[in-house]
Design a protein around this ligand. Structure first.
Ligand code: NOJ
Length: 467
């Protein structure tokens, strides 16, 4: 697996004019992914869901939400993806179900309950416990997402069935949601006050607690082994929201873990280098710089750095995950008239911009979130433009395919991140001034014409040179 393209199904392509993307729409755009040269697509959740967390609140693990299509539409998508040589990863949400999942009423003992809340906090703010019928159930995320008890063998068996279901239908693997929250302290002890920083951003309240009991329990490996058992040798990448120094138990069972230290690093060469260095200590880093939770390359690192960020993402060793729209430098959207995500993530989820029409070619109806700036930024225009971000991303994906293994961080001038990668030197200037780059040969790929000239990198530029 080298480059995986993240499809956010609601916002990729609508086929039926209801303003929400769907599986038939994704199928009609597979050729874009082939043209771009990626190996696989990852579908954010498509299961039936009340959409309190836009699909991350699953109410049935073995079906498709009608807004996205049906199982036949999934089968057609997987078939056509495979016909084109693309693999397909599903998104599995094992930590919690929707409270509208029939399991929640039929099998309350599959969930985690207490007579009184402890001090654990939900990732979205406030107590992680919600009252129901005189008791409290645990929800590490929204109250509509009740945490499953993975120490209950019936839960494990039911989840294994769900995992096998999609692999049997042709899926090639999973991105596994919030996996560091899978197992908690069996005694549900209070988290103590934090004595050192967690290492990744948390909400202000969460950061005050050392999250040692509310997740990442010492016996997590047993549950991960059950996930692996159901998945055979399918590709598994974990959303392990922990510093990379704590990945080991996860990588014993999964192929990769998202390197969130890099995603959260400021666009500054020293910080980027330190994050890459830490995450490459153990093999298994999957690189990601943006997604449906944290925002887009062009807004997070600045429009002026978006190309260099794409170059970094695609030149690092190991799987790289590219979020839909980042290949054209799509920006964040303004708030829509209606607010959908209570945690404020709508702005990262605006529709894909395929052409310069007002709807961006996304829908014939009214898009669920407004299309941001399709006339200025769209796939159709950038495809024909040799100087576009889309052309750059395509060239990087193609080069990456040829690169042999090998990775070594290099010393470089202040403000320059540089590494050797498969017989090439990659150098990125994170500053607004010209900087020397430790390269010998001519640029093979550069973020803009003349970005690398006589060993000097232009401001905000990046380049890959032979040798
Ligand atoms: C991580 C997902 O990416 C995010 O969108 C979701 O809200 C949480 N996990 C909870 O499932």
């Amino acid at each position: 697996m080298t480059v995986v393209y993240q499809v956010y199904p609601r916002s990729f392509q609508d086929s039926d004019g209801d303003g929400v993307g769907d599986l038939a729409g994704i199928r009609s755009r597979l050729d874009h992914l082939v043209w771009l040269g990626v190996d696989a697509l990852w579908l954010s959740p498509i299961y039936p869901s009340p959409m309190a967390d836009f699909g991350y609140d699953v109410s049935d693990y073995t079906d498709v939400d009608p807004v996205f299509g049906d199982l036949a539409a999934f089968d057609a998508l997987v078939r056509e993806a495979h016909d084109r040589g693309l693999r397909l990863l599903m998104d599995v949400v094992p930590c919690h179900t929707s409270i509208e999942h029939p399991w929640f009423t039929e099998h309350p003992d599959w969930y985690i309950w207490r007579d009184e809340p402890n001090n654990w906090l939900s990732a979205f703010g406030g107590s992680a416990w919600a009252p129901l019928d005189g008791r409290y159930y645990l929800h590490s995320f929204y109250p509509e997402q009740a945490d499953l008890d993975w120490r209950n063998p019936e839960v494990v068996a039911a989840m294994q069935d769900g995992l096998r279901f999609w692999l049997d239908r042709g899926a090639d693997g999973y991105r596994i949601d919030a996996i560091d929250r899978l197992l908690k302290d069996p005694h549900l002890r209070d988290d103590p006050p934090a004595t050192e920083p967690f290492g990744l951003p948390l909400s202000e309240a969460e950061a005050k607690l050392a999250r040692i009991y509310s997740g990442n329990a010492p016996d997590t490996g047993r549950a991960l082994a059950k996930i692996r058992e159901a998945c055979g040798d399918a590709f598994l990448v974990g959303e392990v929201y922990l510093p990379s120094s704590r990945w080991a138990p996860y990588l014993e069972h999964f192929d990769a873990a998202f390197a969130f230290e890099l995603l959260h690093s400021p666009w500054e060469a020293g910080a980027l280098r330190a994050a890459v260095e830490r995450s490459t200590r153990a093999p298994g880093a999957a690189w990601v710089l943006s997604n449906h939770d944290f925002g887009r390359l062009s807004t997070r690192f600045g429009d002026e750095n978006a190309r260099a960020a794409a170059l970094l993402l695609l030149m690092l060793p190991g799987p790289a995950f590219l979020y839909q729209g980042d290949e054209i430098g799509q920006g964040e959207g303004p708030p829509g008239e209606r607010r959908f995500d209570r945690a404020g993530r709508d702005r990262h989820r605006h529709p894909m911009q395929w052409d310069g029409s007002p709807s961006g070619g996304f829908t014939t109806g009214e898009a669920w979130l407004p299309v941001v700036d399709a006339p200025e930024r769209n796939v159709a225009d950038q495809r024909d433009d040799p100087g576009s971000m889309l052309t750059l991303v395509r060239e990087l994906v193609a080069l990456r395919r040829e690169l042999p293994d090998g990775f070594e961080l290099l010393d470089a001038a202040d403000g320059v991140l540089a590494f050797r990668r498969g017989g090439h030197t990659v150098a990125i200037n994170t500053t607004a001034e010209e900087r020397p780059a430790p390269v010998r040969g001519e640029a093979r790929i550069q973020t803009a014409p003349g970005a690398l000239s006589r060993g000097l990198l232009a401001p905000h530029a990046g380049a890959v040179a032979m040798g």
